[in-house]
Design a protein around this ligand. Structure first.
Ligand code: C2E
Ligand code: CA
Ligand code: CA
Ligand code: CA
Length: 279
């Protein structure tokens, strides 16, 4: 039988049965008490390469499934988007992250602005944003503690409701970032229509640094483009010193990637980034 990622302990036999049973299991377990089912989050810092300061941090969902073991977010986020449980999943995450932020803001000299990935289908939901603002009140989350990261795993339509939701965030002072810039369906349309504060340069561009002159010219142009429209810029997936040096030389100073740190468990993040301990 075909070997699938993450299914070494699978007890299913036929290929079809495996795929279907696996999917159904994931689908079923995406409801109810997610924490009890091994769902949690990690944090990856965004570092200013010239000062070494932590400029922000991104929340990434993780799921150690009780039967299937660790699952890639690419798999379970995709299923959650298709089946509509992404709303439940994201709200669960917001509760966990907000409780973390509230606690640590009290204990330390603040936490860097924390970005949460929001999928297009939620951007079109008034209800989701009502819940978001209600949770912010509940946990006393200040607007400048958080950022919304617009992902584009599904196509995002430039609708009236989406615009209203984003303007409501902007009015409160919640920062809005555009994820995976350069790869999406209609990024330029979003930039024209939506209030975007920050752009995240996709890692596929970063990995082409050092590849050839043309690919480097593309990266340089994108950096210049983001500067011209007055947005903040973060480079994603920075893995090597050479990439970091190229980005710095061309004016892109905020970097996120394995060169600096992997996504960390919250307690590890606190230890190294909030409590002042050195490695
Ligand atoms: P993304 O939002 O573009 O997140 C960045 C991905 O790149 C993460 O993968 C991160 O672990 C990985 N990464 C970070 N630094 C490096 C690096 O230097 N090199 C390479 N090759 N990769 C790096 P991850 O955690 O597997 O997440 C995959 C995707 O799943 C995310 O891509 C995002 O689209 C989605 N996702 C994750 N958590 C959530 C969530 O809570 N909500 C939603 N809607 N989507 C999520
Ligand atoms: Ca993201
Ligand atoms: Ca991204
Ligand atoms: Ca790379």
């Amino acid at each position: 039988a075909k070997i699938q990622k993450g299914t070494s302990n699978s007890f299913f036999h036929s290929d079809m049965g495996t795929d279907l049973a696996r999917r159904l299991l994931i689908e079923r377990d995406l409801s109810g008490n997610l924490k009890a089912k091994g769902f949690h989050f990690v944090l990856q810092p965004q570092i200013n390469c010239s000062t070494g300061e932590t400029d922000g941090v991104e929340v990434l969902a993780r799921w150690h499934h009780p039967k299937l073991g660790p699952l890639s977010p690419l798999e379970f986020i995709g299923i959650a988007e298709e089946t509509g449980t992404i709303s439940h999943l994201t709200k669960h995450l917001l509760n966990e992250v907000f409780s973390f932020l509230k606690y640590n803001h009290k204990l330390y000299h603040g936490v860097p602005r924390t970005a949460i990935n929001i999928t297009p289908s939620l951007l079109t939901s008034r209800l989701f944003f009502e819940d978001l603002f209600r949770l912010m009140d509940k946990y006393q989350i200040s607007s400048d503690w958080i950022e919304i990261e617009i992902t584009e795993s599904e196509e995002l339509t430039v609708s009236e409701v989406t615009l209203e939701n984003l303007l409501a965030c902007r009015a409160r002072g919640i920062s809005i970032a555009l994820d995976d810039f350069g790869t999406g369906f209609s990024m330029l349309a979003y930039l024209m229509d939506f209030p975007i504060d920050k752009i995240k340069l996709d890692k596929s561009f970063i990995s082409k640094i050092g590849f050839n002159l043309k690919s480097e010219a593309v990266v340089k142009s994108l950096i210049q483009f983001v500067k011209n429209i007055g947005c903040k810029l973060v480079a994603e997936g920075v893995e090597s010193q050479a990439e970091a040096a190229f980005l710095e030389m061309n004016g892109c100073l905020i970097h996120q990637g394995y060169l600096y740190d992997r996504p960390l468990l919250p307690e590890t993040f606190v230890k190294y980034y909030l409590s002042g301990d050195e490695y």
